[in-house]
Write a protein that binds this ligand. Structure first.
Ligand code: P6P
Length: 335
């Protein structure tokens, strides 16, 4: 049983046996993410002080300006995961293709792959708004001992063995699941340890916060427009409050604690929405469902979507179960 103020290290050891693949490798994987997060946190927290912010000049496969901190975070997570000799492959929002990790004994014995958005919400870096890292972990499906293949990365979200995020906010938190609930750990920067601050987090089944970029309203599907008007109607416990940080991890985290719904729908500008299925929507959907929430594209459970490409986008509706159900009702009614 988790006890408050337990360190992340103690928690991992205590709960390792409950993880059905408990071989210690996943624990070492979570530990390596913990380490990389501390290093990235240090840079994020001083971003305004050194010339590490601002566009790196390059653009990534998303066609977005790569902020230097994006590049830095990407390099740190890839370096840490590679050096710990734990994974056999990595896919990242900042990398055009997946990376094959040749295990130090060159025989690809590692059985986990990681997909990562190293610094989500990076457009907020220059304005001192919280950003986050999102990660998703699978067991490979191609034979151990061979180089990973694309199919190892194109698994449904329901096959994830772990997922989580780090939110670099007013405090730095690591929130993750291995399929046995969601737990949040807060970093004590003075000693560099994470402490269990939010054991067994659950989405309130109902909420009164909706998060969506209403600047895109005229481009939304009619079902989303109708749901937004429902949220704004003076009736029952509505109108709801609108909160939109522009950083998925922060909006998700607030909604999970307080209750709420986050939406990034498709639009006439983004025909499949903006968010990436593999390293944004699937990990957040795994966390949502483990916290008694719900995640869909408006019609289909996110973790049932069969991926077809590494950087594919999907419409994303996620949060308190009854709010997502209501939004889906509006989507089906307008179909
Ligand atoms: P928009 C950040 O770029 C991100 O991927 C999410 O973290 C965030 O919720 C969304 O995009 C913001 O996008 O188009 O509203 O600025």
């Amino acid at each position: 049983m988790a006890s408050k103020n337990q360190t992340l290290g103690e928690f991992i050891i205590e709960n390792q046996s409950s993880f059905k693949y408990s071989s210690g490798e996943l624990s070492r994987l979570i530990n390596s993410i913990r380490l990389a997060a501390k290093v990235v946190n240090h840079e994020v927290n001083k971003a305004g002080l050194v010339d590490i912010i601002g566009a790196a000049g390059d653009t990534n496969i998303q066609g977005e300006n790569q902020q230097k901190l994006d590049v830095y975070a990407n390099e740190k997570f890839i370096h840490t995961l590679t050096n710990r000799n734990i994974v056999c492959g990595i896919a990242s929002e900042e990398e055009d293709d997946f990376i094959t990790i040749n295990s130090q004994d060159e025989n690809h014995q590692n059985k986990y792959i990681v997909l990562i958005d190293p610094l989500d919400g990076s457009s907020n870096i220059d304005v001192n708004v919280s950003v986050g890292t999102i990660f998703s972990v699978y067991r490979r499906i191609t034979p151990v001992g061979t180089p990973v293949k694309l199919k190892d990365f194109l698994q449904k979200g329901s096959q994830q063995v772990a997922a989580g995020y780090i939110v670099y906010g007013t405090s730095t938190m690591l929130v993750y699941t291995t399929g046995d609930g969601v737990n949040g750990f807060t970093l004590n920067p003075a000693i560099g340890s994470y402490y269990l601050s939010h054991p067994n987090i659950k989405f309130p089944e109902n909420g009164s916060i909706y998060s969506v970029n209403e600047g895109n309203y005229i481009h939304f599907p009619q079902g989303i427009k109708n749901y937004i008007k429902y949220c704004q109607k003076e009736e029952d416990n509505r109108p709801y409050t609108s909160r939109y940080i522009g950083s998925l991890v922060s909006d998700f985290h607030r909604n999970m604690i307080k209750g709420g719904i986050y939406m990034y729908p498709k639009s006439s500008k983004n025909s499949n929405g903006k968010l990436r299925l593999l390293y944004e929507c699937n990990p957040m959907a795994f966390l949502a469902e483990q916290a008694n929430g719900k995640a869909s594209d408006g019609f289909t459970r996110i973790m049932d979507i069969a991926p077809t490409e590494l950087h594919q986008r999907v419409p994303f509706i996620c949060g308190s179960k009854n709010m997502v159900i209501k939004a889906e009702e509006f989507m089906f009614a307008a179909k």
